[in-house]
Design a protein around this ligand. Structure first.
Ligand code: NI
Length: 226
């Protein structure tokens, strides 16, 4: 399931991040990929364990915590500390698949990547190119969002970032280990959750809405690994 999550960050939060990022030291983006990714990746990133990535990553995590749509779609068990990248002057990231398991920086803990997230920080009109292209069973999807908006997609997807030919594309990106590793189950739970929320708005906590809410949690209990 691909999902556009609007307004994860406010315009003020985006400005704060871009100001901090303008002063940060950036490194070659190949620092965080395996052999296949390194051959096709040409961009820059904040060092994973640097102060800027940690500080801004905390801001992203706090914003996600306050976002019920993200929680309902990703059903996060663990989230990799968010990373930051930038592309300009033709930089790009060719077709690749994200590694299935990541070691968390500064620890021995591992995380399975179920859901990939890209949070856009520069506005779509301020640069040319830089579309995130995700290939799935239904074809390819090109994504380029407003600053503060996020796309979430299954980490099993092949994807690429097209060359940025004008301006600069700055994003935060990270992976989620979901309580529900299977994408189709996660999509069904999300669908059920959204319908329950809409019904509750229409009907209040009627007996049926409470019953369906119970059904949602019983399914999640069956499928969740925490
Ligand atoms: Ni990727």
């Amino acid at each position: 399931m691909m999902l556009h999550v609007p307004q994860v960050l406010t315009p003020a939060q985006v400005d704060t991040m871009l100001t901090r990022l303008a002063d940060a030291d950036w490194v070659d983006g190949r620092a965080t990929v395996g052999a296949q990714g390194a051959q096709v990746k040409k961009n820059r990133q904040l060092p994973e364990d640097g102060a800027a990535a940690r500080e801004l990553g905390e801001m992203v995590l706090a914003a996600l915590n306050a976002h019920p749509l993200f929680f309902a779609a990703a059903l996060p068990a663990k989230i990799v500390p968010p990373l930051f990248n930038r592309y300009s002057g033709g930089e790009h990231y060719g077709m690749h698949v994200d590694g299935s398991v990541r070691k968390l920086a500064g620890s021995h803990a591992m995380l399975r990547t179920d859901v990939s997230c890209t949070l856009f920080l520069t506005d779509a009109d301020s640069y040319d190119g830089g579309e995130l292209v995700v290939a799935d069973a239904y074809g390819t999807h090109e994504v380029k969002l407003a600053a503060g908006d996020m796309i979430l997609y299954p980490s099993t997807s092949l994807h690429q970032v097209l060359p940025v030919t004008r301006g600069e594309r700055i994003c935060s990106f990270f992976w989620v280990q979901s309580m529900v590793r299977d994408d189709s189950r996660r999509a069904m739970l999300f669908d059920l959750d959204r319908n329950i929320v809409a019904l509750r708005e229409k009907l209040g906590d009627s007996e049926e809405v409470v019953g369906l809410t119970g059904h949602y949690h019983n399914l999640l209990r069956q499928w969740a690994d925490v």
